[in-house]
Design a protein around this ligand. Structure first.
Ligand SMILES: [Zn+2]
Length: 148
């Protein structure tokens, strides 16, 4: 069956599904939806509708929790490194940082120059080797660093 190309730009999805004789399916369980009922129907039952929305809500809460955890880890890392930077520390062993609560998985950007791996954590920049952080510096304007 050949459909005129323009038809695709105007028809609604339920109409197109009906025209092509493709049965719509429940977006929760995948069961084929009966041809009766609202044409834009998405669920086979109230149970599936509730399950879907509970799952969405759960997913949203997990995402919020995860974002919170990432922001807290970044904040902890930044406060550790900025304290060290203000003390004049330029290099520090990862084992020492780990004892202070630093988690090397959380940085705000990463790039490579040759074999060297550079990281930034907001306004701080450093090179990281498998065992230490080196060349810790601030990329923020000097006035900003002094104010903190
Ligand atoms: Zn269902």
């Amino acid at each position: 069956m050949e459909l005129p190309v323009q038809l695709f730009t105007f028809v609604s999805m339920p109409y197109l599904l009906k025209y092509l004789d493709i049965r719509a399916h429940c977006i929760q369980c995948g069961k084929e939806l009966p041809p009766t009922g609202r044409p834009d129907r998405k669920f086979c039952s109230k149970d599936c509708k509730n399950k879907f929305h509970n799952c969405q809500r759960h997913h949203y809460l997990l995402r919020e929790e995860l974002e919170g955890a990432v922001l807290r880890a970044l904040d902890i890392n930044h406060s550790i490194l900025s304290r060290l930077y203000r003390m004049g520390v330029k290099s520090v062993e990862l084992s020492t940082l780990s004892q202070l609560g630093y988690d090397p998985r959380f940085v705000t950007s990463y790039y490579c120059l040759g074999r060297r791996r550079y990281f930034t954590l907001f306004d701080l920049q450093f090179e990281m080797t498998p065992s230490q952080i080196k060349r810790l510096t601030s990329i923020a304007p000097e006035e900003f660093v002094r104010r903190k």
